[in-house]
Design a protein around this ligand. Structure first.
Ligand code: SF4
Length: 324
């Protein structure tokens, strides 16, 4: 196996909860609690889990849009977590993000051309006004828009078109890695497939590597090479997309998968309904974080000992005492 493009080692992000008159720290939110994962060049890693599982915070810590509390991020052999601000600015050319909400992530006062061109100016990627405008037109056409859209404002576009503008903005600096942070969650189902197809086409065209974050398994099924399932700040299972969909091992993955509709109406899959909501990441449950909802838990083992993420077969990793 070649050196990974991205290496994440024991990444943690704990937010302080402040209280009292003196606004002292009274608790912590364990948003990301020891994530270790690699991404190979040209790979798409799907990252799934319910709201609050830490998947978006993980993506943002990797890009250092949020400062991690602990752990390391390495990109092409460079330690991202140790970079100073000027090194980070240079790194932004290689690592980009597409945000979930195409309505909130585009400045309503800027034209589409100015939004896409901002990074071209910051990184001094064009030498003349003409080259600048030609590059913006090229980017618009790459994502299925056209030159006329350059002088319009975000409110003049549909949700799907706005997400295309967000994608063009990310592509402007010719990145190697894009963190796609729930890029289709805010879109209609009919538009979701178009945006996913566009991302797949762009990956082939520009040799992109994706971390594709979503809250359910059906969205990442076709685009992912591997899938990581997160629960309360930790990866509980990671394997090839095929293994996750055909032979999931973790009871949480099984429950998520049971909610994915099967296209063949003659086939039935029994729905596994988990009890309750995801517990708060403030003081998460002891032992295995999932034990309060797990249909096969064994007490006291599961409530006292935290299962390690272990390899069970080639490339398939799971964190469960009973599925080793
Ligand atoms: Fe369920 Fe125990 Fe496995 Fe956790 S370790 S997933 S509680 S069986």
């Amino acid at each position: 196996m070649t050196e990974p493009l991205l290496r994440v080692k024991d990444l943690k992000k704990h937010f302080s909860v402040k209280g009292g008159v003196l606004r002292r720290e009274v608790d912590k939110v364990y948003a990301v609690d020891g994530v270790t994962v690699d991404l190979q060049v040209g790979e798409t890693l799907g990252v799934v889990g319910e709201s609050g599982c830490g998947k978006s915070t993980t993506g943002r810590c990797i890009l250092r849009l949020i400062e991690p509390t602990a752990g390391e991020v390495w990109f092409e052999g460079r330690n991202v977590t140790a970079m100073d601000p000027s090194e980070l600015t240079a790194l932004r050319r290689d690592m980009q993000i597409i945000f979930q909400d195409p309505f909130a992530s585009l400045n309503p006062r800027m034209t589409v051309g100015a939004i896409i061109g901002e990074a071209l100016i910051i990184h001094k990627l064009t030498q003349s006004r003409q080259e600048f405008e030609d590059r913006i037109v090229e980017l618009l056409e790459t994502v299925g828009l056209n030159a006329d859209h350059m002088r319009r404002y975000p409110h003049e576009f549909s949700g799907g078109q706005r997400q295309r503008i967000g994608i063009a903005r990310a592509l402007a600096v010719s990145p190697k890695l894009i963190v796609c942070d729930e890029p289709v969650s805010a879109l209609d189902v009919s538009i979701q497939a178009q945006v996913i197809n566009l991302l797949e086409d762009l990956q082939g065209k520009f040799s992109l590597t994706y971390m594709f974050i979503a809250h359910d398994l059906s969205v990442v099924e076709h685009i992912s090479d591997r899938v990581a399932v997160m629960y309360l700040g930790r990866i509980v299972e990671i394997a090839s997309a095929r293994d996750i969909y055909t032979t999931p091992l973790h009871p949480y993955t099984e429950a998520l998968l049971s909610a994915v509709p099967i296209p063949d109406p003659t086939m039935k899959r029994e729905r596994i309904r988990l009890q309750g909501d995801v517990p708060s990441p403030i003081r998460p449950p002891s032992g295995c974080h999932f034990h309060t909802r797990c249909p096969i838990r064994q007490l006291p083992l599961c409530s006292t000992e935290s299962p390690e993420l272990k390899q069970t077969r080639d490339g398939h990793w799971v964190a469960c005492h009973l599925r080793e």
